[in-house]
Design a protein around this ligand. Sequence first.
Ligand SMILES: Cc1ncc(COP(=O)(O)O)c(C=O)c1O
Length: 321
Amino acid sequence: SGSEAVQLVIRLARAYTKRRYFIRFEGHYNGWLDNVLGGVVDDQTTGKPLALESDDDPVKTEGRDPAAFEYSFKLPWNDIEVLEKVLEKYGEEVALIHMEPILINAGCCPPRPGYLERVRELCTKYGIVMSLDEIITGFRVGLNGAQGMLGVTPDIATFGKAMAGGVPMSAVAGKKEILDLLIQQRVVGAGTFNGYPLGLAASLATIKILEKDGGAFYNKIGKIQNRLTDGLKDIGKRHGLPTLLQGPRGAFLFEFIDKEVAYSVRELKAVDATRQTKFRTLLLEGGILFFRRGRWYISGGITEADVDKTLECADRAMSKL
Ligand SMILES: Cc1ncc(COP(=O)(O)O)c(C=O)c1O
């Protein structure tokens, strides 16, 4: 699973740097385990920016180890000044910075221009392992993932989901000197299903399809996505509804809010959730089911006819909002 891949990255980074803390970010989902699931940013702290348990946390859980947040910092994402300040104080204690390169899990937010590049520089400066969590974006936005698309190379990265076309599979990719810790058996990354033949075969078959004809698959889903997003935007305009559509090829956000772009979960606080719920219900009545919280994925099976049906249905629905 992706959750396991993330845990392995944390262990590898700690072993590699001989440091204890890692940094993760608001709105990002990095698996269901105690040390990465939710928690809210403590904006008031003047000390180590540890996450807090809160009833406002959209992924709060009972049963968590009370010490689970002790060795990680949780920061607002896409805010380079906050990160710089934290690293000035604690940079030498941080093993890992782990983030989604594009924040798909909370609004398909793009990184601000220069943000990832600066994170890369800071990681190099402080000797921190930079990790991109490509469990959603890997193989979905393109064969080289978001890192290829955005031109920023981390030290290590996690992949899952799309990489085996729906068959369970995840992977950790990274610099030889870090992954060698596994080969040298200094770090354990065990699992009954590690390297299981079905997952590997499915992954290879998926990659073959994705590579075919110079990436024709990606061009196809890109076109389908544009048809859908252009259509939704037009319909919103015609009905006088403010909409936000953003995201890379393969995944996008559709929300009712008057914004050109949102760079963080904080910038999406004002979305009209009631309208979204009503829209979702109306679409469902028309036979169209989309994912929660305004997020849409484009699968290779979606046709132009599916898009047209969706847009017709969206038109009827928006006339009732
Ligand atoms: C960015 C990201 N990282 C990690 C995970 C965890 O993966 P899994 O659900 O396979 O454990 C997810 C799952 O949605 C994810 O979106």
